[in-house]
Ligand binder design. Sequence first.
Ligand code: RVP
Length: 503
Amino acid sequence: MATFFEGESHTFSEYLLVPGYSSAENIPANVSLKTPLVKFRRGEEPALSLNIPMVSAIMQSVSGVDMGVALAIEGGLAFIYGNQTPESEAAMVKAVKDHKAGFVESDSTLTPDMTMEQVMELKARTGHSTMPVTDDGSSRGKLLGIVTSRDYRPSRDDHQKKVREFMTPREKLIVGDKDITLKKANDVIWDNKLNALPVVDENDHLMGIVFRKDYDQHKSNPNELLDANKRYMVGAGINTRDYAERVPLLVEAGADVLCIDSSEGFSEWQKRTIEWVRANYGDSVKIGAGNVVDGDGFRFLADCGADFVKVGIGGGSICITRETKGIGRGQASAVIDVCRARDKYYEETGVYVPVCSDGGIVYDYHMTLALAMGADFMMLGRYFARFDESPTERVNVNGQYMKEYWGEGSARARNWQRYDQGGASKLGFVEGVDSYVPYAGSLKEGVGQTIYKIKSTMCNCGAKTIKELQEKARLTLVSSTSIVEGGAHDVVVKDSQHSVSYR
Ligand code: RVP
């Protein structure tokens, strides 16, 4: 006879935290959200940690270069999507690794033959007034000059005037060489009263620009997630099909950690993939695996040598796996069960394998719940898709700004490798939808707010670290009527926006 799990499977919304004793020490400023990213032995430090417990989903509509940089600045990590050629994925990884903190790649570059009218159009579009001039108009072309708003007067000048006539030419520019540090670049900016310093390589090709304001911003990002060479850390998704071809390119590009992206990870395909990585790279390449939803699945992947294990089937906001295939488990129950197995594994082997809760986070407080239930960090799709830094278009739908967000199992993404069970190379049926999510501005602001909420709740539980939260948290299941009690009720809410806003 089949196995029946005890009890029902629950989602995050069915739980609440019951506050514990908090001392005067329990203030958000004293809370650290540092958390292990990869496995480690008892008494040792993990080789890689996150400064905030958030990673972005391995999805076309979520994790590109901008997400990689923006999330590393806040202390988290993006997993660049694998549903593209190995070459283009590696190029994205490399772009994040090459992105020097404070060194900006120009998004408004001119050629000398462009007109003042075109300059004004570009400025209106990008909002940027400092524009380098290169031979081919690309951000990596040979530097010929620079245009700032001090170089032309739209009210007096002929709008057809060519850039070459009013730019500050290369010979009059102060530039930084390719090895200049951010600190030195800032000194040059100050000493010469500049607003921006172009940085060029040995052939005078533009590499980036350092802006006065970015240096200040860099100083005010104490959580930045950097590798040993002070480059941003970034992860990359792989599949169980083309790893022999893909992994070497990603490693070469500098990926700090890989993750097998699969809707169902309790499989021989994952074992083979991890074995291949170990045979070729030993422990030097870190690789997470998943997704699983119970202790058996966890133990299997831990025994295979996974560096972390990802949990969640069917809970993603765009995911319809449970409806189409009837497999999955409520995300809270899955996390609790897997984390129990993780703790048991740690007791038995002395190896701690971090657990990532993937999908199904709707409200910020769900993240605190996931951590309290034992997760070490969360993977989020919908949450990050809402920000400027996700790779999709911002569109106006019936007067409201939205960002597009589609599942990897949708007809739009057609990521058959993610759903592959060794069959034909195509997506047999869809397991995801194409959707909109309400636009939510900059990642920095959104993540800042979320982090503050998590820290505040941790204070209510008397915890200054995630580990302490996991030890001290007291959780209760809630009935459907008490969920109603938890929202505004029996009043007429004046600001109806509140009831649908992101809590
Ligand atoms: P969410 O954060 O709830 O939007 O969920 C994101 C997660 O959903 C991803 O990390 C992935 O595990 C899963 N996903 C991605 N595509 C699909 C699908 O098309 N079914 N599901």
